[in-house]
Write a protein that binds this ligand. Structure first.
Ligand SMILES: [Zn+2]
Length: 694
């Protein structure tokens, strides 16, 4: 019988490298194939070398090369299977069992493999012939496995070339007009993505962290901070593909289908994005400062992926360390940008901060914490964010001094953090636009419009702005990445017009104001809208609603008021409880010459200014479940106070322009846009309503 060639040992040795390549092909293509091929070749040579050493070692033991090869292969399979074994144990939640018999998982695995190994060696000790058969069998298995890998790679590249063709067609069809300015006049543009950086209000609400100092620093520098900005998508690749192409991904999602998990076209869109090609065509140098775990930590990443047992506990495989070095390098690189040949720069920097894992304390101290254990990781997130702020300040200061404040700087979170949709999608979004272009921005701008606005501002083009929407999706098997859920209403600070209508409709409908005593005022308010402003002459004219607030846990009262210059003491609005002043709600003047009014609500007073002959927009939100009331003047919060416990509304309805029967004083001036909600509006709702006062 002819002796078979020994192929399987070497193919099994390089198989982990191949499957690693297949699994991570998208990223490999992104960093550049030639570099990846080089590094992978090195790993392949090393793997073959180790397999050879092992083979020679077993041959010393068995004095039979075919037998030795089979045992080498078994050894290799066992070595690379530990990761899977580990996962299976985890998934079956058997870990406790191992811990209860005080046996460490790796120890158990080692003993298990050693026993199996010995058993096989014993069983097969005398049967020389069987080694030839086994060798042939393993050869075939290894060749089939390798073919599968190669087939996967081929399919990927065929699909990629198809996608590329579609994308390049789209790009050329949008051929941009020629530059209208000499290129040196164009500003440098820094697009800095701070991964998972949440909005100021999210940090306050969900992490109890006040980021005011940093936001203030940005504002003082001249940044426009879009305080109601949200990400268009919930995770990095979708978010960046959208912002860098100035488009929503609906078309792509339709092409890929809701069931698809394949994000490779998304990465292609990031790689060949419209923003870069627009700027390239205008003479820009494009610099991409990426998180390059791939090029610099390739071996580490390979070992981590292929041999999960090589955990972060061993120092030389420390991914925390790698990230720390990486981010510092990246941040440093941002300070080194200079113009070459007077060409403008577009710098895209995707910084993996404050995103976990957490490797920096607030002052840059080295820490090593994974994301994902609840309140503890919340703390580390905030601490890493504090460090991110420090670095961001340094970078911004450097860019300002290098560019003499002529560079465009965008500081943007690609999404927020956690599973709560609002927290996940409300982001930091701050712009420094030189040449006073801030007026082109708006508070709820989303990343899909970022470069539409910037290109309109500096390149004489006119991209229409897209409606700001938020599409939530996830990349797990159950929630596929292209299965977009429109969560705009939930996360979007109610910027949609339909929300405002809904809110107005929530105001008490058909409440009417009584026929005004003695005079012909007949102010009717239907669905909260009064057809015209109503003038009260200060002379026994008033208006009364049919509203009973006594059963409510809260109310929001809003109106616009313009007091007369000629008036004396007067009342604007009142819920007069007759005898118990504690439960009154009164807005009345105290010193007309100073335009001073006092607002008295459940025993708490506050004094403010309602100038004569000027419209003042007044809103008070009373929440008796929290015993608070907030006063807003002209859309801005004026005061926030505590109501004494156990306060309640009186049973007398809300009256405008008149005090009680016993002490009749009347208002002189004009009232308009009277709305009453039978509950305390949320901050978000108040923002919508006060942001839309005509
Ligand atoms: Zn991200």
């Amino acid at each position: 019988m002819k002796k078979p060639l020994i192929i399987h040992t070497f193919l099994f040795a390089i198989f982990p490298v191949m499957s690693f390549f297949v699994k991570n092909i998208v990223e490999i293509v992104t960093i550049g194939l030639s570099l990846a091929f080089f590094k992978l070749s090195v790993i392949i040579v090393i793997s073959i070398f180790f397999a050879l050493i092992l083979l020679l070692f077993f041959n010393l033991l068995f004095k039979n090369i075919h037998k030795s090869a089979i045992f080498t292969t078994i050894f290799i399979v066992m070595f690379f299977s530990y990761g899977h074994f580990n996962i299976i144990v985890k998934e079956l939640s058997l870990k406790n069992i191992f811990e209860s018999v005080s046996m460490k998982l790796p120890v158990f695995y080692f003993i298990f493999c050693l026993s199996l190994f010995t058993l096989l060696a014993y069983l097969l000790r005398q049967k020389k012939r069987i080694f030839f058969t086994l060798t042939r069998f393993l050869n075939i298995v290894s060749i089939i496995l390798l073919c599968f890998s190669l087939l996967n790679i081929a399919v990927f590249f065929i699909n990629k070339s198809k996608n590329d063709a579609i994308l390049s067609k789209e790009c050329s069809s949008q051929a941009s007009s020629m530059p209208t300015k000499p290129e040196e006049a164009f500003p440098d543009i820094y697009y800095i993505i701070l991964d998972a950086y949440s909005s100021e209000d999210t940090l306050k609400e969900y992490y109890n962290f006040n980021n005011h100092n940093f936001i203030n620093y940005l504002k003082e520098k001249g940044f426009y901070v879009a305080e109601e900005s949200t990400s268009n998508y919930a995770f990095t690749s979708l978010s960046l593909a959208s912002s860098l192409n100035m488009e929503y991904l609906d078309d792509l999602a339709r092409t890929m289908g809701e069931g698809s998990n394949d994000l490779s076209p998304v990465w292609s869109m990031i790689e060949k994005n419209k923003v870069a090609s627009f700027l390239k065509s205008r003479g820009y140098n494009i610099t991409n400062i990426r998180f390059s775990s791939w090029s610099d930590n390739f071996f580490l990443y390979f070992l981590k992926t292929v041999v999960p047992s090589a955990s972060s506990s061993s120092r030389w495989l420390n991914e925390f360390d790698a990230k720390r070095k990486q981010e510092l390098l990246q941040l440093d690189e941002l300070k080194q940008i200079h113009r070459i040949d007077n060409k403008p720069n577009f710098i895209f920097a995707h910084i993996l901060l404050p995103h976990g894992p957490y490797v920096f304390g607030p002052n840059g101290e080295a820490i090593e914490k994974d994301d994902g254990d609840g309140s503890n990781s919340d703390k580390y997130y905030i601490e890493q964010l504090i460090f991110t702020n420090k670095k961001a300040r340094e970078i911004i200061d450097t860019i300002f001094s290098n560019s003499k404040a002529s560079a465009v700087i965008i500081l943007q979170g690609d999404h927020g953090r956690g599973n709560n949709k609002a927290a996940r999608m409300r982001i930091l979004n701050a712009y420094y636009l030189p040449q006073q272009k801030n007026s082109m921005l708006y508070n709820s701008v989303t990343p899909v419009n970022t470069f539409r606005i910037i290109f309109n501002a500096y390149f004489g083009v006119s991209y229409g702005l897209l409606k700001d929407r938020n599409y939530f999706s996830w990349w797990t098997d159950s929630e596929k990445p292209y299965r977009f859920i429109d969560v705009s209403d939930e996360v979007g600070y109610g910027r949609g017009e339909e929300n405002i209508d809904k809110l107005y409709a929530d105001a008490i409908s058909n409440f009417y104001i009584d026929k005004v005593k003695d005079t012909a005022y007949n102010l009717k308010i239907v669905n909260g809208f009064s057809p015209a402003a109503v003038y009260f002459d200060g002379n026994s004219a008033y208006a009364k609603t049919s509203l009973e607030l006594s059963a409510l846990k809260g109310a929001t009262i809003m109106f616009s008021v313009k007091p007369d210059a000629k008036q004396n003491t007067s009342i604007v609005a009142i819920i007069d409880n007759g005898h118990s002043a504690e439960n009154d709600f009164v807005l009345q003047s105290v010193d007309v010459s100073k335009h001073e009014y006092t607002f008295h609500c459940f025993g708490v007073d506050s004094v403010f200014n309602l100038p004569a002959e000027t419209w003042t927009h007044f809103l008070v939100s009373i929440d008796l479940s929290k015993n608070t009331f907030d006063v807003y003047l002209n859309g801005k919060k004026y005061s926030s106070s505590q109501i004494p416990l156990d306060s309640h509304f009186g049973s007398v309805p809300l009256t405008f322009a008149k005090l009680s029967k016993s002490n009749e004083r009347y208002f002189r001036g004009t009232l308009d846009e009277v709305f009453i909600w039978p509950r305390a509006l949320s901050k978000k709702e108040i923002k919508i309503i006060t942001g839309n006062v005509k």
